[in-house]
Design a protein around this ligand. Sequence first.
Ligand SMILES: [Zn+2]
Length: 367
Amino acid sequence: MRRSSPRITGKNRRNRPYITEMRPQDILMPVAAGLCCKPGGFHIDPVRPVERAVITHGHSDHARPGHGAVLATQETLDMMRLRYGDNFAGSTQAIAYGEQIKLGDVTIKFHPAGHVLGSAQIAVSCKDTCIVASGDYKDAPDPTCAPFEVVPCDVFITEATFGLPVFRHGDAADEIKKLLASVTLFPERAHLVGAYSLGKAQRVIALLRAAGYDAPIYLHGAMEKLTRYYESRGVALGDLRLVKGMKKADLAGTITLAPPSATSDIWTRRFPDPVTAFASGWMRVRARARQRGVELPLVISDHADWDGLTATIDATGAGEVWVTHGQEDALVHWCTAKGLAARPLDLVGYGDEDEGDAVPLGEDTEA
Ligand SMILES: [Zn+2]
């Protein structure tokens, strides 16, 4: 599996050697619109409108509206429909994990990425070369989505959101214990947890339930649609209620999930003396928590940490690694030191939603 250059495995009729594998960069190439697969005639997670898009997951920096045809898991397609409306693409096609589809001269197969519900790694095979574009992924357990699957490949394309050795996320269950301890300690205060609307919010709720918390959990209106969607796909989240219409005094001792930006605006005035928490991998960085005025930082990330990234690269057996969106340099250096071919991809336009600071349009306004 560890190879990065084409193998010459025979001779053609004119007695010249021919190449049975394509070079990886002939299969997938970074262009302005995203990762382009020329022999397959599609782009992966394009940031500009394209004719045919293959999409890894529903976060707005990866799943954008306006493409001709979109191929993705049913969940990703549904999330795009919920966010962008019925006409988000010219046509759509759902693909299941483990399912294989031929597109042009390549074969693609989807595998779970463990990032959010419906998230997928996309294995692109052409002749004997297999490239896995993993999108965003994590190898940590998450009760709200299928677990990450290691896919053996020749070239592994990895994200690097937390690609520095200082990033070690720890156990999310321990962070939930911190939150519950605070709720017990301050029964007269409301707890307001900032969490991204797609994935993180539902994971935090599921983790609270797994820790035995069975009281109602309150939601900012902007989280309702996606959270109800998770429930409709069989993710049990217990008693959920909207904050809207609640009396201030009745929110004492309760937990509310809200988009991160809502936790620092006028909306918080409806809560009695709120404790502001924020669930993000970035909460490992104290300055970030301080900057946001977060009283209770919770290190809960939907991205692999340094150990997760390096263990995954190892496990794929890939001889070549392409590193994108995040802290590329350290990871490229780590790969090179291990004797792997590695390079940053310099793709632009990713990292804007889940662990980034922006909130997609329409999800930051109260409903
Ligand atoms: Zn994501």
